[in-house]
Design a protein. Structure first.
Length: 270
C-alpha cells in the first residue's frame, strides 16, 4: 500500500489550501474543499475494508453512492493543513444512499468533515449532471467579491456582466457567468439545495455577504475560476465610484467568443 501523504490528490489539496490561505480567502477556519476521486483511485493508498468509523451525513445523495471524497475538516484552519494533513483532511466514501460516510483515512483527532458537507455533495451531484468530469467543489471568502455583494445588485445577469466588463479574460474563463444567492443561513439543507440549483447553470455561485462556491474538473481550474472573478471584483471596487469613460462592450465580448471559441451564457449579452 502506498503512503497516502504522497498521493497526488493529498499533495495537491495541501498546496491548494495553502494558496487559498495566502490569498486571504480563508481566514481562521473559513472555507472548505471537497475533491471527488476517480473510481478505484483511493485503493492504492487505503483499504476500503478498513473503515475507521462511520459518520452520518444528514442528507441523501443516491447518485453519489460509493464515491470517495477528500474533504477539509470542520473547524480546521487552512494555514495548518500542510502541517497536520491527517487531522485536517479526511477521505470518506458515501454509502447507504449517501446518508452515511465511511471514514477511510484522516480526521485523526476525532474530527469530521466540514459543516458545509451537504452543500458540497448537493453541488457535486448537480455539476455531475451538467459535466461528468467535474471533481471539485470549493468554498471561500474572497474579500472583493464579498464586498461587491454590499453595493451591487444581486442579479445573476447584472453581476456577471459587471465582472465580464472588468477584465478581458473573464468571459473566456467563465463564459457560463456567475450566479448569486441572497443571504441565507449557512450549513443548512436549504442553502445547499439553492446552491445546487444555481450550480446547474454556472460553476461560480456567490453567497451574498458571505463568500463564493466554485466547481471544476480539478483543483487548479476551480482555484483559477475564483481567482479570476475575485480580481475582476477588485477592479470594480476600485472604479465603481468614478465616472466610467471606457468599458468592454458587448460587441467586444462577442469578438472574444469568436476568438476563443467560447459561448457566453444565453441572454447575458445584448
Amino acid at each position: 500500500m502506498k503512503d497516502i501523504l504522497n498521493a497526488p490528490f493529498v499533495t495537491e489539496m495541501i498546496r491548494t489550501t495553502a494558496s487559498m490561505y495566502g490569498q486571504g480567502w480563508d481566514e481562521r477556519n473559513g472555507g472548505n474543499i471537497s475533491l471527488m476521486l476517480d473510481r478505484g483511485q483511493a485503493e492504492e493508498y487505503v483499504d476500503p475494508g478498513q473503515v475507521l468509523r462511520t459518520i452520518p451525513t444528514g442528507f441523501s445523495a443516491p447518485e453519489l453512492e460509493g464515491r470517495d471524497f477528500l474533504v477539509t475538516g470542520t473547524g480546521k484552519y487552512f494555514k495548518n493543513v500542510r502541517y497536520e494533513p491527517e487531522a485536517d483532511l479526511g477521505l470518506v466514501r458515501l454509502t447507504e444512499g449517501g446518508t452515511q460516510a465511511q471514514l477511510l483515512w484522516g480526521y485523526s483527532d476525532g474530527g469530521s468533515f466540514t459543516s458545509e458537507f451537504p452543500t458540497h455533495m448537493m453541488s457535486h451531484a448537480a455539476r455531475l449532471r451538467t459535466d461528468p468530469e467535474n471533481r471539485v467543489v470549493m468554498h471561500c471568502h474572497p474579500v472583493n467579491l464579498l464586498a461587491m455583494t454590499y453595493v451591487h445588485p444581486l442579479d445573476d445577469r447584472a453581476f456577471t456582466r459587471t465582472l465580464w466588463q472588468m477584465s478581458t479574460e473573464c468571459l473566456v474563463v467563465f463564459p457560463d457567468g456567475v450566479n448569486v444567492l441572497p443571504w441565507m443561513l449557512c450549513g443548512t439543507t436549504q442553502i445547499g439545495e439553492a446552491t445546487a440549483e444555481k450550480m446547474t447553470t454556472a460553476r461560480l455561485v456567490v453567497w451574498a455577504q458571505h463568500g463564493i462556491y466554485g466547481a471544476g474538473r480539478n483543483l487548479d481550474e476551480t482555484f483559477g475560476l475564483i481567482e479570476t472573478a475575485e480580481k475582476a471584483a477588485e477592479v470594480y471596487l476600485k472604479i465603481a465610484h468614478l465616472p466610467r469613460l471606457h468599458t468592454i462592450t458587448d460587441e467586444q465580448l462577442h469578438l472574444l467568443e469568436q476568438r476563443y471559441s467560447v459561448r457566453a451564457r444565453p441572454g447575458f449579452l445584448d
